[in-house]
Write a protein of this length. Structure first.
Length: 200
């Protein structure tokens, strides 16, 4: 019975967990509305992180075994911001824990000036095809610094696979980026089967 309850608690935890953005600090807890485009149902805030003009660190905590991940930038100060600047080659995040990019570059041709406002949008697309959204509000600053290496650390087991490289892999050499996600995916199914077996 105890095993059953623990199993149930784990399952509930898995289904309710999405992802959070720790740096730049997210707009706020979006767990109950994270499917809402474009920012997980949380409106713009005045809680802006000072972020370097040429690009800064991004630290977030996924909880799904894998998710196709996008990081976009939208210029402006309000809820009409359009996230039409892609900051990173889209990738498949694998494992879970904490994932940190020490420096995500800002394209120089944007010609941003210190003091301008923007929002960073992180999107994760997982098993069932629904996307999860979170945003963080920033102010570009000449004095802002990157996260230190001890703060910008990746959990063991977390990883990311570029989608572009997988796409260019000849089909006969394997299954591309799904290779990494596959064992975790199978493990989820195995847990589910054990759970169903325990239930009956
Ligand atoms: Cu989730």
């Amino acid at each position: 019975m105890a095993a059953l309850l623990i199993g149930l608690a784990l399952l509930l935890k898995l289904t309710s967990a999405h992802f959070s953005v720790e740096y730049p600090y997210w707009r706020g807890d979006s767990y109950s509305t994270q499917y809402t485009r474009p920012c997980g149902g949380v409106n713009v805030t005045n809680n802006r992180t000072q972020w370097p003009l040429d690009g800064g660190s991004i630290l977030f905590s996924p909880s799904h075994p894998w998710a196709i991940t996008y990081i976009n930038l939208g210029l402006g100060s309000d809820d009409t911001v359009i996230f039409n600047i892609s900051l990173i080659e889209n990738f498949n995040q694998t494992g879970n824990g904490t994932l940190c990019f020490p420096k995500v570059n800002i394209p120089p041709e944007l010609g941003l000036t210190a003091g301008s406002h923007a929002s960073i949008q992180v999107i994760q697309l997982s098993e069932l095809g629904s996307a999860l959204y979170n945003c963080a509000d920033i102010t570009f600053s000449e004095n802002a610094e990157l996260l230190s290496t001890d703060k910008c650390a990746n959990s063991s087991g977390i990883g990311w696979e570029p989608l572009g490289a997988a796409a260019s892999t000849p089909p006969d050499t394997g299954v591309g980026y799904l290779t990494t996600a596959y064992p975790t995916f199978m493990y989820s199914w195995l847990s589910a089967l054990v759970f169903i077996w325990l239930w009956n």
